[in-house]
Design a binder for this molecule. Structure first.
Ligand SMILES: CC(C)(COP(=O)(O)OP(=O)(O)OC[C@H]1O[C@@H](n2cnc3c(N)ncnc32)[C@H](O)[C@@H]1OP(=O)(O)O)[C@@H](O)C(=O)NCCC(=O)NCCS
Length: 145
């Protein structure tokens, strides 16, 4: 699987990132960690860091491998890497209806700090609000509830 396929397969009920967005994000200096099996990409996490602020732009795990701990593994590795590179705060946006992702972020100590109205496009042409979540770094397992 390529990163694009992982993203498309995981984006049930939402509009996946197009190829151009993945490429533009990559060439604009984002930090990407991938989960690979052989030569197949099975998951990825993408951050963008500006000075001491990290933004989690996207995370996805192939549907057949979800709920096996890989999302947690990617998030832990990514947050640790961001802190080591100088980030002291991490922000992210998540669809209001994305319960799996919200649970994952909450279990890592992220809390809701705001909402962006009509942020995400939906396949039916409508839009969905995003929750803005944040947590301070360093990430430590002790901080996980
Ligand atoms: C969100 C996502 C990356 C989580 O990856 P994952 O590998 O399934 O996550 P993990 O197995 O590490 O689980 C971590 C936590 O996520 C939550 N979670 C994962 N799968 C879940 C499910 N099917 N139902 C409910 N909660 C779930 C749980 O809180 C879980 O912790 P637990 O195992 O202690 O209950 C994955 O579901 C995905 O790729 N979704 C599609 C893309 C997406 O929505 N990305 C988020 C963009 S903001």
């Amino acid at each position: 699987m390529a990163a694009l396929e992982v993203e498309a397969a995981g984006s049930v009920g939402s509009v996946p990132w197009p190829h151009s967005q993945l490429v533009e994000t990559y060439i604009s200096g984002a930090q990407c960690t991938v989960l690979e099996e052989g030569e197949e990409i099975q998951g990825f996490i993408i951050f963008m860091r500006v000075l001491d602020e990290a933004s989690l732009l996207n995370i996805a795990v192939a549907p057949t491998l979800q709920h096996m701990g890989f999302g947690r593994m990617l998030l832990e590795a990514g947050l640790t890497e961001q802190y080591q590179a100088g980030a002291t705060q991490c922000f992210l946006e998540v669809r209001v209806s994305n319960d799996k992702a919200k649970k994952l972020y909450q279990s890592f100590g992220f809390s809701v700090i705001g909402e962006r109205k009509d942020y995400y496009p939906l396949p039916n042409g409508k839009r969905e609000h995003a929750l803005v979540m944040s947590r301070e770094l360093p990430f430590s397992k002790q901080a996980v509830v």
